[in-house]
Ligand binder design. Sequence first.
Ligand SMILES: [Zn+2]
Length: 111
Amino acid sequence: MIHTCQYCRKYYKRKDFAIKHEKYCHKNPNNKHACLVLCKYLKKEKTESEFCIHTGCYDSYPKTVFTCTKTGQEMYSYVAERMNIESRFGEDLGIRMPLECDDYENEMNIF
Ligand SMILES: [Zn+2]
Protein backbone atom coordinates (compact mmCIF):
# COMPACT_ATOMS: atom_id res chain seq x y z
CA MET A 1 0.00 0.00 0.00
CA ILE A 2 1.45 3.32 -1.10
CA HIS A 3 0.40 6.63 0.46
CA THR A 4 0.79 9.70 -1.67
CA CYS A 5 1.01 13.29 -0.51
CA GLN A 6 -1.97 15.14 -1.99
CA TYR A 7 0.09 18.32 -2.39
CA CYS A 8 3.38 17.25 -3.96
CA ARG A 9 2.73 13.62 -4.97
CA LYS A 10 5.60 12.32 -2.90
CA TYR A 11 4.86 8.80 -1.77
CA TYR A 12 5.45 6.86 1.41
CA LYS A 13 5.10 3.25 2.35
CA ARG A 14 4.00 4.12 5.85
CA LYS A 15 0.80 6.02 6.42
CA ASP A 16 2.00 7.81 9.57
CA PHE A 17 5.02 9.18 7.67
CA ALA A 18 2.76 10.36 4.87
CA ILE A 19 0.41 12.12 7.30
CA LYS A 20 3.29 13.84 9.05
CA HIS A 21 4.81 14.90 5.75
CA GLU A 22 1.51 16.28 4.45
CA LYS A 23 1.12 18.48 7.48
CA TYR A 24 4.48 20.11 6.87
CA CYS A 25 4.70 19.76 3.10
CA HIS A 26 5.88 23.04 1.58
CA LYS A 27 3.08 22.76 -0.96
CA ASN A 28 0.39 22.52 1.68
CA PRO A 29 -1.67 25.77 1.41
CA ASN A 30 -1.51 26.08 5.18
CA ASN A 31 2.28 26.41 4.88
CA LYS A 32 2.38 29.05 2.17
CA HIS A 33 3.34 32.05 4.22
CA ALA A 34 2.82 35.35 2.42
CA CYS A 35 6.08 36.68 3.91
CA LEU A 36 8.17 34.04 2.22
CA VAL A 37 7.05 35.10 -1.25
CA LEU A 38 9.69 37.81 -1.47
CA CYS A 39 7.99 40.29 0.82
CA LYS A 40 10.22 43.31 1.15
CA TYR A 41 9.39 43.70 4.84
CA LEU A 42 10.69 40.29 5.80
CA LYS A 43 13.98 40.27 7.67
CA LYS A 44 15.70 36.97 8.27
CA GLU A 45 18.43 36.55 10.83
CA LYS A 46 20.32 33.56 12.02
CA THR A 47 21.46 33.49 15.62
CA GLU A 48 24.56 31.77 16.88
CA SER A 49 24.55 29.21 19.65
CA GLU A 50 25.85 30.51 22.95
CA PHE A 51 28.34 28.52 24.93
CA CYS A 52 28.20 28.92 28.69
CA ILE A 53 31.57 28.63 30.40
CA HIS A 54 29.92 27.97 33.75
CA THR A 55 27.89 24.94 32.81
CA GLY A 56 30.06 23.78 29.93
CA CYS A 57 27.14 23.43 27.59
CA TYR A 58 25.27 25.38 25.03
CA ASP A 59 22.59 27.67 26.40
CA SER A 60 20.86 28.10 23.11
CA TYR A 61 20.86 26.67 19.66
CA PRO A 62 21.27 28.46 16.35
CA LYS A 63 17.88 29.44 15.04
CA THR A 64 16.35 31.51 12.33
CA VAL A 65 14.49 34.58 13.45
CA PHE A 66 12.04 36.27 11.13
CA THR A 67 10.93 39.82 11.72
CA CYS A 68 8.42 41.92 9.83
CA THR A 69 10.12 45.29 9.50
CA LYS A 70 6.75 46.96 8.91
CA THR A 71 5.08 45.83 12.13
CA GLY A 72 8.14 44.88 14.17
CA GLN A 73 6.52 41.52 14.86
CA GLU A 74 8.72 38.47 15.31
CA MET A 75 7.46 35.45 13.44
CA TYR A 76 8.11 31.82 12.80
CA SER A 77 7.34 29.62 9.82
CA TYR A 78 5.97 26.12 9.43
CA VAL A 79 9.58 24.91 9.38
CA ALA A 80 9.91 25.84 13.05
CA GLU A 81 6.71 23.93 13.75
CA ARG A 82 8.04 20.93 11.90
CA MET A 83 11.23 20.99 13.91
CA ASN A 84 9.22 21.52 17.06
CA ILE A 85 11.47 24.43 17.99
CA GLU A 86 8.92 26.18 20.20
CA SER A 87 8.27 23.33 22.57
CA ARG A 88 11.86 22.13 22.48
CA PHE A 89 13.40 25.31 23.84
CA GLY A 90 10.35 27.00 25.31
CA GLU A 91 11.33 30.14 23.45
CA ASP A 92 9.00 32.87 22.38
CA LEU A 93 9.23 32.92 18.62
CA GLY A 94 6.42 35.39 18.07
CA ILE A 95 3.46 34.64 15.88
CA ARG A 96 3.01 32.16 13.06
CA MET A 97 3.65 33.86 9.75
CA PRO A 98 0.40 34.89 8.09
CA LEU A 99 -0.79 33.15 4.95
CA GLU A 100 -2.30 36.38 3.73
CA CYS A 101 -1.17 39.81 4.80
CA ASP A 102 -2.49 43.32 4.17
CA ASP A 103 1.00 44.77 4.51
CA TYR A 104 2.55 42.41 2.01
CA GLU A 105 4.63 44.09 -0.64
CA ASN A 106 6.60 42.26 -3.22
CA GLU A 107 10.29 43.01 -3.33
CA MET A 108 10.08 43.21 -7.11
CA ASN A 109 7.70 46.19 -7.11
CA ILE A 110 10.44 48.70 -6.49
CA PHE A 111 10.16 50.49 -9.82
ZN1 LIG B 1 4.16 16.77 -0.03
